[in-house]
Design a protein around this ligand. Structure first.
Ligand code: NAG
Ligand code: NAG
Ligand code: NAG
Ligand code: NAG
Ligand code: NAG
Ligand code: NAG
Ligand code: NAG
Length: 698
């Protein structure tokens, strides 16, 4: 950070540089040689970039004023002595992604004012002894990036020895296997070290000795099994993600730890470590471990065989009765996702008085219907709770009494049953579980996606609270207007995506505040007419439905705020596209217009065409064909009736013709209601032209 600040040009240095630049150019013209950078380099006032130009040598001539030089992704192999002139302004040199294997002893002498040197992704494992000598000349170096250089532990130790000015060191992506005692003794000013993506199995006691300023340390993606006496008290952030840790223990009797962020995700912990010394911890990630219980004395797991498992129950957990969470007064974020927890740990959580966000996603929770907790339980300040991917069937409303500040609740991918029909006389006990959200007065975002919900039943939502509701992926869901009762004036975002709902199974109440509605992936043949209440609607997703047209009356009620509609994947009728013009004239954008198709009526199987094509000719033809066919049909029927009449007259029987005529008209009226229904249904979609329907009656 500090390095970046030093590098970034301030206004005063800008003026100075300008002056120097002028001076430089005039000197240049005097000396007569053109200070030509390699062709293709981009030059700014203070920066030069020659990235990826296939250069084999360090540019001999460089602007004197330059502060940053980017030579990354070239073919530099060797940096030789006397290859360049002194560049006292150069602070930042990027040599990432070259083929560097040799730095001559004095090669960097002209750049001895460098503050940041990026040597990532080179071959500095060769000649490391002499190369490391070259680096020692850089007495002002703050940042050194040696990642991805095939360095083993000894080589790395050579490079960092005696770089006493260094603040930031990146050794990630190398071949380190262990850290010896005193490795960093020569660099006592280090603030952060990145050792991620190595093969570190062992850290000798005292490896970080002398690093009193160290704030950040990443040991992520190594092979550590055990941290038995963590003692870096000045550290703020420690990343131990993706190791094989079965034990993490702090040095006993040591107080004054400053650690705020501890990432222990992707390890093999079976119990929550005792972290009581880490009083300033704010963020703890225990995702993807083997936690089955949050009790300090969990029964040993049957899988636990091997020498390290004995250690697990050894040091800290010996304090009987102590809760691992007992003294983490500042913990705000706790990630317990992807473990094997099977109960909601109210006792454990009650010690975490600052907890804001908790994830218990992808665990084995199923029993959320525990009896009412004793009234003495403290109210937890939790704002966000992620419970997705469990087996939860019932969600008790008293949880909202314990969590009165809860704003975000994710219950996606569970087995939630919001209501069931109690047996006669069993009404009482289920009262609670039937209306889980009725006391969620602060809840703003609720996800119930992929719960196999068929309906919401008498689920009642606390009025004027919920802002967004996700009901997607509940195939077979049906909604009646009373279902979203209580949300008419609060709901801003609603997703019903991928529910396979037919129009008859989607009844929405007037949602006056709705902004975003996702109805994609259903079987809707027309828009719910109550949409005309949602005059603030901005974004509407109608993809993959069975819409033949959009009802401009419903859309017309949208108050002109509608910004975009997605429509692809519907069988629109090519000859009734008045709605499209209406959208265009209302300035509604249709981002996927090019992907939308329409179908011509009456052809067998339908003939499809891109929606945006000009349909006037073909539609005129269809109309003409329709009317021709209509006339032919009428003529045939008239002829038939006349024939019947003539025949009847000829037979001179008074009853038969009437019988025939009656049957004829009965047959027509029988067909009529069918057509009427169709017509009504379509009228709801946007008034298809009457002419178009004629051919269908043929
Ligand atoms: C580091 O510097 C000290 C004294 O300046 C010297 O004795 C030691 O040999 C140096 N270490 C290496 C690895 O060069
Ligand atoms: C450490 O190095 C890894 C791999 O190069 C990188 O992804 C990560 O962002 C670095 N971490 C920090 C804190 O710089
Ligand atoms: C820890 O390191 C991993 C891997 O580099 C990274 O994905 C993760 O974001 C880091 N954790 C924190 C808290 O920075
Ligand atoms: C915890 O770690 C996992 C895995 O690295 C990551 O996906 C998750 O986002 C982290 N949680 C938090 C709250 O940062
Ligand atoms: C659910 O929890 C209650 C109370 O803790 C317990 O009595 C009951 O046996 C549990 N049910 C299941 C299926 O675990
Ligand atoms: C919405 O449409 C219905 C039926 O077409 C109508 O009765 C109602 O008044 C309309 N509401 C608004 C707000 O336009
Ligand atoms: C649509 O946008 C154009 C240009 O931005 C503007 O002149 C016109 O008034 C807008 N029409 C409507 C109905 O908002």
């Amino acid at each position: 950070m500090a390095v970046q600040e030093a590098i970034s040009p301030g206004p005063s240095s800008l003026a100075l540089s300008l002056l120097l630049a002028l001076l430089y150019t005039s000197l240049e013209s005097i000396s007569g040689h053109s200070a030509s950078l390699p062709p293709g380099c981009l030059t700014g006032l203070l920066r030069v970039s020659c990235q990826g130009l296939g250069l084999h040598t360090f540019p001999a001539v460089l602007p004197l004023t330059m502060e940053q030089l980017d030579l990354s992704h070239n073919h530099l192999q060797v940096l030789r002595d006397n290859a360049m002139e002194d560049r006292p302004n150069l602070r930042h040199l990027d040599l990432r992604g070259n083929r560097l294997e040799e730095l001559s002893m004095g090669a960097l002498l002209p750049l001895r004012w460098l503050q940041a040197l990026i040597l990532a992704d080179n071959y500095l494992s060769r000649d490391y002894v002499s190369n490391s000598q070259a680096l020692r000349l850089l007495g002002h170096l703050r940042l050194l990036d040696l990642s991805a250089n095939l360095l083993d532990s000894d080589m790395a130790a050579f490079y960092v020895a005696n770089l006493s000015s260094l603040w930031s060191l990146d050794l990630s992506n190398n071949l380190l296997t262990h850290l010896a005692r005193g490795t960093f003794l020569g660099s006592p000013n280090l603030l952060d070290i990145n050792l991620s993506d190595n093969y570190i199995l062992q850290i000798e006691a005292g490896a970080f000795e002398g690093l009193l300023q160290l704030r950040e340390l990443s040991l992520a993606r190594n092979s550590l099994h055990c941290i038995s006496d963590f003692s870096l008290r000045a550290l703020w952030r420690l990343n131990l993600s993706s190791n094989a840790l079965q034990l993490f223990a702090t040095e006993e009797g040591n107080w004054g730890y400053q650690l705020q962020v501890l990432d222990l995700s992707h390890n093999q912990l079976r119990t929550v470590p005792m972290l009581s010394a880490l009083r300033h911890l704010r963020h703890l990630n225990l995702s993807d471990n083997h936690l089955a219980s949050l009790e300090p004395h969990a029964p040993p797991s049957p899988e636990g065989i091997g020498p390290l498992d004995q250690e697990v129950s050894r040091p800290n957990l010996a304090h009987s009765g102590s809760n691992p969470a007992a003294s983490l007064p500042e913990l705000a974020d706790l990630d317990l996702s992807r473990n094997q927890l099977d109960a909601f740990p109210i006792g454990f959580l009650s010690h975490l008085s600052s907890l804001q966000r908790l994830s218990m996603a992808w665990n084995c929770l199923q029993n959320m219907s525990a009896p009412q907790p004793s009234p003495g339980l403290p109210r937890l300040p939790l704002r966000s709770l992620d419970l997705q991917g469990n087996w939860i069937q019932t969600f008790p409303s008293w949880l909202f009494e314990i969590l009165p500040h809860l704003e975000v609740l994710d219950l996606g991918d569970n087995e939630l049953r919001l209501f069931w029909r109690p047996e006669a006389g069993q009404d009482g006990p289920f009262q609670e579980t039937r209306q889980p959200f009725s006391s969620a007065f602060r809840l703003k975002h609720l996800s119930l996606r992929r719960n196999r919900l068929r309906g919401l039943g008498p689920t009642q939502f606390a009025p004027a609270a919920l802002f967004s509701l996700d009901l997607s992926g509940n195939t077979g869901l049906a909604l009646v207007p009373s279902d979203l009762q209580g949300l008419q004036h609060s709901l801003h975002e609603l997703s019903l995506r991928g529910n396979g709902m037919e129009s008859t199974r989607l009844w929405l109440p007037c949602l006056w505040e709705l902004r975003v509605l996702d109805l994609s992936g259903n079987k809707l043949a027309n828009l719910p007419w109550t949409l005309n209440c949602s005059s603030y609607l901005r974004s509407l997703d109608l993809r993959k439905n069975l819409l033949q047209a959009l009802d401009t009356e419903v859309l017309g009620g949208l108050g002109g705020r509608l910004g975009s509609v997605l429509i692809a994947g519907n069988p629109f009728h090519c000859c009734t596209l008045g709605w499209l013009a209406a959208l265009a004239s209302a300035n509604v954008s249709v981002p996927d217009l090019e992907e939308a198709w329409c179908v011509y009526p009456d052809s067998e199987g339908g003939s499809w065409a891109p929606l945006t094509r000009d349909h006037t000719h073909l539609c005129a033809w269809w109309q003409w064909r329709g009317t021709q066919a209509g006339w032919v049909l009428l003529a045939v029927i008239s002829l038939f009736l006349i024939c019947c009449g003539v025949a009847a007259l000829l037979q001179n029987s008074p009853k038969l013709p009437w019988a025939l005529q009656l049957r004829r008209s009965w047959a027509c009226t029988k067909r009529e209601p069918e057509n009427n229904q169709k017509t009504m249904g379509r009228e709801g979609l946007g008034r298809p032209s009457l002419e178009r329907r004629d051919p269908e009656q043929k």
